[in-house]
Ligand binder design. Structure first.
Ligand SMILES: Cc1cc2nc3c(=O)[nH]c(=O)nc-3n(C[C@H](O)[C@H](O)[C@H](O)COP(=O)(O)O)c2cc1C
Length: 390
């Protein structure tokens, strides 16, 4: 079973990610993993932290001579900012005078709920772990999941659908999404360059006003076979697994599969994807004229592109802070400010890709099994043959 786990504080020494259940013999392309980490750090509207950190994956177990060996993989990402925090966030007792308190909880962050839950007098330890810096560790193991999926011919990428009120309309074809990822620079990762410029103007507006923005990203899994996930049990449904995985990302407040939101207000005839039969394609000769289902029906992938959207609330930290209360005096004050991004939709999309890739890799391993990549690929080929003969 594919399992993963992350650890680490935002300003601690490092982030660590563990991934177990990857078959032996998978080639780990370090440059690819680092590029994924770089992609998570890009996008117009990121803050000063991204200038400090240049993430690189230090793999220290589970990979030898460039190949996975079936043992748990552990990856460390150094926090370059740690050198500035060693005294205020020591593992040992340290000097309490050097502790950096978060004087007042910031609305929209875990600060207050976390301090109440763990009985902390202020929110430093809460934000250290609730911070989306953690998503870098997920991107690292997500990159390994992507390398695994590639062996089965499955690719996972994202694009930005909306920043604030500025949005692309209609389905963006896979070829356009893939072309977007050939670019050397990432502005807002939107497939329509004109709309991307308007998105940039939205970010510029909030940069001037001290406000922040949310938006929508879409993750697309291309060439996923029919049959991942199952309706047989509620917690094995692919849509449920993907929704939980994407919703678990910081700031994601809604998840949509396919045209889910518009579908709720439309008649069935305008929503469901009619079935035809034609030339044998990637997996079968069954065809669809459209993909409003986002590649999943009844909790099972149906062979169409899997499309999952994550809706992000606006960034919680504001340079023009909202009202809060001082932890010590209980007096009304403006919320604390810590260095912050103002728009993270492209970066969240990259983290979304990682979560989708990890989920699909888990489902694929459940279906095809295999302790070595050769065995998994062989089992997959057998299933492919079964579909061809259906
Ligand atoms: C890639 C990424 C980067 C983020 N960077 C920031 C940031 O710099 N400042 C901030 O206030 N929130 C940031 N967030 C969002 C917060 O981490 C998140 O809103 C907060 O932890 C509260 O969690 P919740 O929104 O899931 O309830 C970021 C989210 C993502 C996905």
């Amino acid at each position: 079973m594919l399992r993963y786990f992350t650890a680490g504080e935002s300003h601690g020494e490092a982030l660590v990610a563990f991934l177990s259940g990857v078959p032996a013999g998978l080639k780990i392309d370090q440059a690819f993993v680092d590029r994924e980490l770089w992609r998570r750090q890009q996008g117009y509207g990121r803050g000063g932290r991204m200038k400090i950190e240049t993430d690189s994956a230090h793999v220290f177990s589970g990979v030898r001579q460039g190949l996975t060996i079936g043992s748990p993989i552990s990856i460390q990402l150094e926090n370059k900012d740690w050198k500035n925090w060693q005294e205020s966030l020591p593992v040992g007792e340290g000097d309490p005078e050097k502790h950096k308190r978060v004087a007042s909880p910031r609305p929209g962050h875990a600060d207050l709920a976390g301090a109440l839950k763990y009985n902390f007098p202020e929110a430093r330890y809460v934000l250290e772990r609730a911070s989306a810096r953690e998503s870098a560790a997920r991107v690292a193991v997500g990159a390994v999941a992507k390398l695994f999926l590639r062996e089965l011919g499955i690719e996972v990428l994202s694009h930005v659908v909306a920043v604030g009120n500025v949005a692309v309309s209609g389905e963006v074809p896979w070829e356009q999404i893939r072309a977007l990822h050939q670019k050397e620079t990432i502005l807002l990762n939107c497939a329509d360059s004109e709309i991307e410029q308007r998105m940039k103007q939205e970010v510029d507006k909030v940069l001037k006003t001290g406000d922040s923005l949310g938006g929508v990203f879409e993750v697309v899994a291309h060439n996923a076979p029919p049959g991942l996930g199952t309706y047989a049990q509620w917690d094995e449904r692919l849509d449920a697994l993907l929704a939980a995985a994407v919703m678990s990302l910081q700031a994601v407040k809604a998840v949509e599969i396919g045209a889910g939101v518009v579908a709720a207000a439309s008649p069935g005839s305008a929503v469901h994807d009619e079935i035809g039969y034609g030339k044998p394609a990637s997996f079968t000769a069954f065809t669809r004229t459209r993909n409003n289902a986002g590649g999943i029906e009844g909790g099972v992938s149906n062979g169409e592109e899997i499309r999952v959207r994550g809706y992000l609330k606006p960034i919680s930290t504001l340079r023009r802070p909202l009202q809060s209360v001082d932890f010590a005096s209980r007096e009304p004050v403006k919320a604390a400010y810590e260095r912050s991004d103002v728009c993270v939709v492209p970066a969240a999309g990259v983290a979304g890709e990682a979560m989708v890739a990890l989920t699909l890799a888990r489902c694929a391993l459940e279906k095809f099994g295999g302790d070595s990549i050769g065995e998994t690929v062989r089992n997959f080929a057998g299933y492919r043959e079964q579909l061809r003969n259906y």
